[in-house]
Design a protein around this ligand. Structure first.
Ligand code: CLF
Ligand code: SF4
Length: 288
């Protein structure tokens, strides 16, 4: 199975045939997060760490737009500009939406993309669609609150911090509403799911069925990358064999992405390349 949305033909993540020809730029304008996933550590530096949630430094919207314009001018194969952290783009709605609005004006032909945990998605889905953000990724690691409670340390809903099943249930509800809303607005939706052995690996087919029923177009099962000083620091990554069987089973109900390279929040170029936006390196790491 594959997806056949017209704009996805040149999106390197949504179309496996496009990823050798088209690249993406991530603009790191989203500092904080409204969820704490048990596997995530967003402290960052320029020491060649390549995984989601890390960036050499944060950019203001103006800096981000300038960097994007320079990148597009020198890299003709850039087809997508995305906002993917280092925190959650919609937990930082002001800089994220300002950046997207400026980009839409300056680069009318570029594909705009965004990756979110979905907690604030119902609030912003309409605005995103209005700005022409044609591709959105929502990370859904659980579709049962008891499973989610083992993954999310807490969920912060406008200053109200919820943990355990309560937090996981709220996040799940927002993800469901948000994805359905995006689909009603014509946005192409991918679901990322981090596979954590012993926690949600046996739950992946339930996630696939649920998100397919919500209307999602594509699913990307991502093997856990254990990060020091997190809840899952000592959990092993799933084997290639386990990932193969998870994708095969999930692929019965929703198309699977199989070429994800787990990009940094400031990645630039073809998937697998971590080029740098001009002058992004050099700032000091920030405390979380
Ligand atoms: Fe970036 Fe994500 Fe858009 Fe792609 S990445 S915001 S959908 S333009 Fe792509 Fe990188 Fe995997 Fe993400 S390979 S981590 S799936
Ligand atoms: Fe990290 Fe994303 Fe989870 Fe926030 S939602 S804690 S940025 S993985």
């Amino acid at each position: 199975m594959s997806i056949h949305q017209p704009d996805s033909a040149r999106h390197p993540c949504f179309n496996p045939e496009a990823h050798r020809a088209f690249g993406r730029a991530h603009l790191p304008v989203a500092a904080s997060c409204n969820v704490q996933c048990g596997f995530c550590d967003r402290r960052y530096s320029c020491v060649n760490e390549s995984r989601p949630g890390v960036t050499a430094r944060l950019l203001t919207p103006d800096e981000a737009v300038d960097a994007a314009l320079r990148a597009v001018a020198r890299m003709l194969h850039l087809s997508v500009i995305g906002i993917a952290g280092p925190g959650d783009p919609l937990a930082n709605a002001a800089p994220t939406l300002k950046t997207l609005a400026e980009l839409r004006k300056a680069l009318p032909g570029i594909l705009l993309c965004l990756s979110t945990n979905g907690l604030a998605l119902p609030l912003h889905a309409q605005t995103l669609a209005g700005l022409g953000v044609g591709h959105v990724t929502v990370t859904v690691n659980a579709v049962r609150p008891d499973v989610g409670a083992a993954i999310y340390n807490w969920v912060d809903d406008g200053g109200k911090r919820l943990s355990g099943r309560q937090g996981a249930a709220l996040l799940l509800e927002r993800q469901k509403i948000g994805i359905r809303l995006l689909k009603s607005l014509g946005v192409t939706v991918k679901v990322n799911a981090v596979v954590i052995p012993g926690v949600n690996d046996a739950h992946m087919s339930d996630i696939a069925k649920a998100v397919a029923a919500w209307g999602a177009d594509l699913m990307n099962s991502i093997p856990l990358l254990p990060v020091a000083n997190t809840r899952f620091a000592l959990t092993s990554s799933p084997s290639a064999q386990l990932m193969h069987s998870i994708r095969a089973e999930a692929g019965e109900v929703i198309p699977q992405m199989r070429h994800c390279t787990r990009c940094r929040a400031d990645a630039l170029g073809l998937l697998g390349e971590d080029g740098q936006l001009d002058d992004i390196c050099g700032a000091q790491p920030r405390a979380q």
